[in-house]
Design a protein around this ligand. Structure first.
Ligand code: BG6
Length: 480
């Protein structure tokens, strides 16, 4: 049985808002991640389960804080200015592909501007040329939480139908400009994260609606239509471009073999994961989702033309991020889709994310059996507190162990018959954490000397995992 295909895309993935910085340069508008505040007294292990909502009052308070250091994503790792050196290191690492996002607010600073911001486009011209120049295939995400803040304050975020047009217009600008250079596009990062990344994903102020959960599904409907219409535009501009749907995979296991645990866990997985890929790949709302809306008395406005677009312009490939699995008990976890337990049988990172390589093989099989479309792992990795030694080394064998086991699991899934064509470990150089807005949660093969309070030299140092991943790529996954 063979392993990784000959032209397997070994890569790395980042997001504009977590690395670029330069939040107020180049004509960029204010975007949602620019108000992601770093809590110095953060509860690391509990953060992902905490409230990820935003109220109008809290937003006002955050906008009044006149201290950029409290908003680490505003500075990122200064990739906006250092991308040439950083990408050179990625080339040295041997990456075959590099995933990053275009920051929507650099192209349309207010989201509803008539014309795109040429300076923003110019930046991405150079960035994409540099990626391509180093022989890496660019994978571009068009929305990795970089929603222009004006679309929140003026329009109420994605629950407003107008966002469909704004997004499609922005996508068209990018497709027209980059279709000769970019083949793989992920339209929306982790489209299914409407509970744990609620405000980041949807831009809905929780006090602006009567029924927040219903508003979220209305917003998701708008995202589905926007993705379908963007796919239509892409096919018209250049049919060789490939459009991906991406979810965050955090599959739940049933706590026991009790039929109730098994069935209701399956139902939770349907509604929190497969619903999104079913719509985008199969091209229709599944019956279980319509029933979920009915049972919850949610009224989602869907026009006939929406459903036609959803049916006609489906995704070409499926991407997912994979970090951890979860546990579900019918009796204990009955307070909604996001009510889950931690698996006591698995070790976890400091942030409480369970470590489960076999779960990756399980998910790859699950989705490939269901959809039969090419698959990409868009993110995977271990966030850890790395220590830079006095001689500027980082001995991160724990990261090597984590990645090795996940790569082995991918290899087994390929032998099971899964068509997996790309693997992009998260944050190949350290960047600001998405959920906790800190530098201390590091994923990289390259250490970036910036601390949570923004201090540090900004120097880059190769960690032990750098040489290891370099060899993995050079041997196409044979030497792990
Ligand atoms: C994914 C996001 O959910 O998880 C990334 O797409 C994020 O943006 C990654 O960085 C890891 O999360 P964190 O909080 O450890 O950075």
């Amino acid at each position: 049985m063979k392993g990784f295909q000959e032209n397997f895309m070994w890569g790395g993935a980042v997001a504009a808002n977590q690395c670029e910085g330069a939040w107020n340069e180049g004509g960029k508008g204010l975007s949602v991640p620019d108000v992601d505040w770093h809590n110095p007294h953060l509860n690391r292990a509990g953060k992902r389960d905490e409230d990820s909502e935003m109220t109008s009052a809290r937003l006002k308070e955050l906008l009044a804080i006149d201290d950029d250091r409290q908003f680490p994503k505003r500075k990122g790792i200064d990739f906006y200015h250092t991308y040439k050196e950083d990408l050179k290191l990625m080339h040295e690492l041997g990456l075959k592909c590099f995933r990053t996002s275009i920051n929507w607010a650099r192209i349309f600073p207010n989201g509803d501007d008539e014309k795109p911001n040429e300076e923003g486009l110019k930046f991405y011209d150079d960035l994409i040329d540099t990626i391509v120049g180093y022989g890496m295939e660019p994978i571009i995400t068009l929305f990795h939480y970089e929603l222009p803040l004006n679309l929140v304050t003026k329009y109420g975020g994605w629950k407003n139908r107008k966002l469909i047009d704004f997004f499609v217009k922005y996508c068209k600008v990018c497709f027209e400009r980059y279709h000769n250079k970019v083949k793989y596009w992920i339209l929306i990062n982790q489209i299914n994260l409407i509970y744990v990344e609620s405000f980041n994903s949807l831009g809905i102020l929780s006090d602006s609606v009567d029924n927040l959960e219903e508003a979220k599904y209305q917003a998701i409907h708008h995202q589905f239509v926007a993705c379908s219409l963007a796919t239509k535009a892409a096919r018209e501009i250049d049919p060789s471009m490939k459009m991906g749907v991406m979810i965050s995979d955090h599959n739940c296991y049933a706590e026991t073999a009790k039929p109730e645990d098994v069935f209701y866990t399956y139902q939770k997985n349907q509604m929190s994961q497969m619903f999104y890929t079913d719509v985008r790949i199969r091209g229709a709302y599944p019956g279980y989702a319509l029933r979920f809306f009915e049972d919850h008395d949610f009224h989602i406005e869907m026009r006939e033309e929406d459903l036609e677009a959803i049916k006609k312009y489906t995704a070409d490939f499926m991407a997912f991020s994979y970090y951890y699995t979860r546990l579900n008990s019918y009796e204990k976890n009955n307070k909604g889709l996001n009510d889950i337990s931690k698996n006591p049988l698995l070790k976890a990172s400091i942030w409480g994310w369970s470590i489960d390589p076999l779960g990756l093989r399980n998910s790859l099989n699950l989705y490939y059996d269901r959809y039969g479309v090419p698959m990409m792992i868009a993110e995977n990795g271990l966030g850890a507190l790395d220590e830079l030694t006095a001689d500027n080394k980082v001995h991160d064998d724990y990261r090597i162990d984590y990645l090795r086991e996940h790569i082995k699991a991918m290899k087994e899934a390929i032998k099971d018959g899964v068509d997996l064509f790309a693997y992009c470990p998260w944050g190949p150089f350290d960047i600001v954490s998405c959920t906790t807005n800190e530098m201390s949660k590091r994923y990289g093969f390259v250490y970036v000397d910036i601390q949570d309070d923004g201090t540090g030299t900004g120097n880059r140092y190769k960690k032990d995992s750098f040489a290891w991943y370099q060899k993995v790529i050079a041997t196409n996954g044979e030497e792990l």
